[in-house]
Design a protein around this ligand. Structure first.
Ligand SMILES: C[S@@+](CC[C@H](N)C(=O)[O-])C[C@H]1O[C@@H](n2cnc3c(N)ncnc32)[C@H](O)[C@@H]1O
Length: 273
């Protein structure tokens, strides 16, 4: 929905009739619904990630289709340790091969308990194999959708959510996911997010995502690779803007939020309970 917001404003600014604005509103919401219906199912997402473990297990580069992957891994894990030098309980939703908890535990002098959730069993196994060398705490694996995880309230110091929330779909999905995260955190706990983000103005989305991020992907390999990445994002992802997410985090109860980094269509931020 966010991609289309500025279309409404253009119509209203041009003083078109209320009827036309209403019709386009209905049409665009219908179009949004159609777009969401065509997105990958959880099963399709799981199967794609089952085949992609190695790409998510590189600590030196992080996941290179994201911008400043290594920088974001470091700012988030350094940030966590700055706030919780004696970290006890970590939850990683959509943990992939565990890059973030691995990076965190390599720097932490602790025996933290780590709960890992992912749709993909091969991802979970890889994450466990890497993490068990770094902590004597309990490692708990949950295979499935983090949105329906049955976790105890107030049980985590931090939740890590990196490159996963863009799989959320409509507003209700986002709100219930953020509410659950809030519920699962201890008082004073925090959620640390790094993700692909959208821009509210369609023309800025075009510049920042299609043109500039497109140039970055072409530079990684070539135009065919750019088109391949764009195609799976189109099929699989439904990112939201930074301000949508920060507003929603406050709405579900988080008391303060901080942006850590933003570069084109990737941003990292934190919210405290
Ligand atoms: C792009 S990878 C990111 C992995 C890791 N967080 C990182 O930053 O390296 C996204 C991961 O989220 C998982 N995932 C996507 N949607 C999920 C959901 N609803 N519940 C649990 N895991 C999910 C996928 O299986 C995949 O392993």
């Amino acid at each position: 929905m966010s991609y289309f917001h500025d279309t409404y404003f253009v119509l209203i600014d041009d003083k078109y009739s209320i009827f036309r604005v209403l019709m386009s509103f209905i049409f665009l919401n219908f179009k949004d619904a159609m777009i969401m219906d065509n997105k990958s199912t959880l099963k399709e997402i799981e199967e794609r990630f089952d085949r992609d473990v190695a790409r998510f297990a590189n600590l030196k580069t992080g996941q290179q289709t994201t911008l400043d992957a290594k920088f974001n891994m470091d700012i988030i894990t350094d940030g966590i340790l700055q706030v919780y030098p004696e970290i006890h309980d970590v939850l990683d939703i959509g943990c992939g091969a565990g890059n973030y908890p691995v990076n965190l535990l390599m720097k932490a002098n602790s025996n933290a308990n780590v709960t890992l959730i992912d749709l993909s069993k091969p991802m979970l196994s890889k994450a466990r194999e890497r993490i068990e060398k770094l902590t004597s705490g309990e490692i708990r694996e949950i295979k499935g959708d983090f949105r329906s995880a049955n976790l105890k309230e107030c049980s985590f110091d931090v939740i890590i959510a990196t490159a996963v929330l863009h799989h959320l779909r409509d507003d209700a999905d986002w709100e219930s996911a953020f509410s659950n995260c809030y519920k699962w955190l201890k008082p004073g706990g925090s959620i640390w997010i790094f993700d692909l983000v959208a821009h509210n103005q369609a023309r800025m989305q075009e510049l920042i995502y299609t043109v500039k991020y497109g140039e970055y992907l072409t530079g990684l390999k070539d135009e065919a690779y750019r088109d391949h990445v764009f195609a799976y994002i189109e099929k699989e992802d439904s990112p939201r803007s930074v301000d949508f997410q920060l507003d929603l985090l406050r709405k579900v109860g988080f008391s303060s939020v901080d942006i850590l980094h933003k570069h084109l269509c990737f941003a990292s931020f934190v919210a405290f309970k």
